[in-house]
Design a protein around this ligand. Sequence first.
Ligand code: SF4
Ligand code: SF4
Length: 286
Amino acid sequence: MEKNLYMDVNKNWFKDKINTFLENDQSNKMIRLDGSYIFEPNVLVGIVSGDDPIYIKYKEIIGDFHLTPSEAYEWYCKKQNKENSTQELSVIAYILPINQRTKDENFTYSKEMPSERWAHTRLFGEQANMKLQTYLVEQLAKLEIDAFAPALDNNLFKINRTIWASNWSHRHSCFAAGLGTFGLSDGFINPRGKAMRCGSIIINLKLPSDAKNRASDPYEYCNYCGDCIIRCPVNAISFENRHDKIVCSKHVMGTIPYIQKNYGINIYACGLCQVAVSCSDGIPKK
Ligand code: SF4
Ligand code: SF4
């Protein structure tokens, strides 16, 4: 490989690619509503080495089923019949901030059900997020850099719906890449705010890691204001038990008929604990 093919690939390259995608791709528009952005083209990007020991720790914290970047990439190489070299891997993680109008609407609309814009963000925004991962992989392929998006591979990516955990967690890669920390509600607090969606891909190129920005406490940015406790309509958050995923998921899945009936799309959503709280738009003051 000629070095000049990939020497410009760095954090800013990813930021530019993602922001340009969000500005121009129709998938990031509220096409059935007012055509505005689903995600603001003002993203955060972080990088972590594929061999960072935090991924071994995640096997203890999340479960043995959570893949290390090497495991995911080895799986991809086997499937593609490619030579397998996991020495140079980096994980690129990013934060897609939700449109302010959507956040405002999800606050004012109801104390129990998500607003229409929020439901569209959950459905069409996630489709945009998936398309973005494919786009990044394709852009890298043009530079002869191999890349893989584990969450897009239906044969690899699994969600354990008993404990609501997946074998590749974008948010945990965001934490590993120093982009933010978790909060009491399990949301991911970062400089663009907890109201976001995120993504990550694995690339076969060693880039400088942002692990130095990683907080030592996984909940460091949470100020324990309790706003999210008040916002949750089903008491799924408390200081004592933190976030009860089972209670939360029951409510979230229960929104499907409401969303179908009122907005005509087939999705679940909630996010009431992500708006009008002290960490909605950034890292809250302590
Ligand atoms: S609303 Fe307050 S308690 Fe809840 S996650 Fe945000 S900072 Fe933490
Ligand atoms: S997503 Fe909804 S149900 Fe779940 S914790 Fe947040 S407010 Fe509660």
